[in-house]
Design a protein around this ligand. Structure first.
Ligand code: 3PG
Length: 385
């Protein structure tokens, strides 16, 4: 893979694919600009190295056609504040009008295209659409690690039509994730939580044999508990994954399940009840790991030299069930191990905690981080190569 540091940039128009798929509130206010700040280095690098125009492209959400609530306009405005430079927003991402506007002499250096997913061709990896996008620029830079697991036109097909390079953030992601995959300093502890075991199973499989311990929490743990015939009451479980969960294991890697829980009568319960393993009532929901498990996990984390974490330990949307996740995060922050954290919900907790600086590397990828760590082929990376 070639990176932007090897590209001839001077006087070139650069199409820069970023992942600014950020959460907005109903007034268009950005709830977290972490992904945006992470991409500033590449934008500044391109400007400082004399790019004629930097044309920023991203998707936002899953729009069905041109839905105003998925417009990237507020994101472009925020980028202008972060860069402290004018950013010209374009109301589409392809077409003659757009090309004309970008090519006007004397216009701003940074342009921002409207949501790529306003065109269904983006998600279909459509070659004609990719060719049109490519016609806006002279070179292409992919700094959108978070979307490299998708076979989308702006990360995959586009590489057929322009000289293509990885951005500085993309390089940083790969370097840091490689550190935990290739000869990691041991003991290596992988911590996985969140709702769906199906999205994390490939990662569990690829780290079975490599990690010393895999600590499980969230609804993922429920599926393993049920597979081992422990009572889980009404808790969220992926029944179709039970037989696979029952078979996972390796001599080198210990799969650690919580031994106590906080349960509630529903996900909106205002009171948490402590329960031991096997004592969860039929009408109860497991919504967090219990205090003894949180202590046990913290102790394992303290002894680790490499830590990877994706997915909360409980239903943190309800603060009554956020304690286990908080304890795990505090233990990681206090550790001197090399730590990598990723995933949307995990980042929300991390940013609220004010502990971001204590983590060695925070990935901008959710699904992309899981996919990379699971050694899956990622279209965006494959095509850059
Ligand atoms: C993400 O938020 O994980 C990436 O931007 C990919 O988004 P997608 O899951 O909508 O493809």
């Amino acid at each position: 893979m070639k990176f932007v540091s090897e590209a001839e940039i001077k006087n070139k128009k650069v199409l820069l694919r970023v992942d600014f798929n950020v959460d907005l509130d109903e007034n268009g206010k950005i709830l977290s600009d972490f992904r945006m700040r992470a991409a500033l280095a590449t934008i500044n690098y391109l400007i400082e190295n004399g790019a004629a125009k930097v044309i920023v492209a991203s998707h936002l959400g899953e729009p069905k056609g041109k839905e105003e609530k998925f417009s990237l306009r507020p994101v472009a405005e925020h980028l202008s504040q972060l860069l402290n430079k004018p950013v010209s927003f374009l109301t589409d991402c392809v077409g003659e009008e757009i090309k004309k506007e970008i090519n006007q002499v004397g216009n701003a250096a940074v342009w921002f295209l409207e949501n790529l997913r306003f065109h269904p061709e983006e998600k279909n990896n459509d070659e004609e659409f990719a060719r049109e996008l490519a016609s806006l620029a002279d070179i292409y830079v992919n700094d959108a690690f978070g979307v490299c697991h998708r076979s989308n036109a702006s990360v995959s097909a586009i590489t057929k039509f322009l000289p293509s390079f990885g951005g500085l953030l993309l390089k940083k992601e790969l370097d840091n994730l490689n550190k935990v995959m290739v000869s990691p300093v041991k003991p290596l502890v992988l911590i996985l939580g969140g709702a769906k075991i199906s999205t994390k199973l490939p990662l569990i499989k690829s780290f079975s044999g490599l990690a010393d311990k895999i600590l499980l929490g969230g609804a993922i743990a429920n599926t393993f508990l049920k597979a081992n015939n422990f009572a889980v009451g009404q808790s969220l479980v992926e029944d179709e994954m039970l037989s696979e969960a029952a078979q996972i294991g390796s001599a080198e890697t210990e799969l650690v399940l919580p031994g106590d829980f906080l349960v509630g009568e529903s996900i909106s319960a205002s009171r948490a009840i402590a329960r031991r393993l096997g004592a969860v009532g039929e009408k109860e929901w497991i919504l967090d790991i219990g205090p003894a498990s949180a202590l046990m996990y913290a102790d394992i984390i303290q002894k680790a030299k490499t830590i990877i974490w994706n997915g909360p330990m409980g239903y943190c949307e309800n603060p009554v069930f956020g304690e286990g996740t908080k304890k795990v995060l505090e233990a990681i922050a206090a550790s001197s191990a090399f730590s990598v954290i990723g995933g949307g919900d995990t980042l929300t907790v991390l940013e609220k905690s004010g502990l971001v600086e204590k983590i060695s590397f925070v990935s901008t990828g959710g699904g992309a981080m899981l996919s990379y760590l699971a050694n899956e082929e990622m279209p965006g990376l494959k095509d850059l190569n």
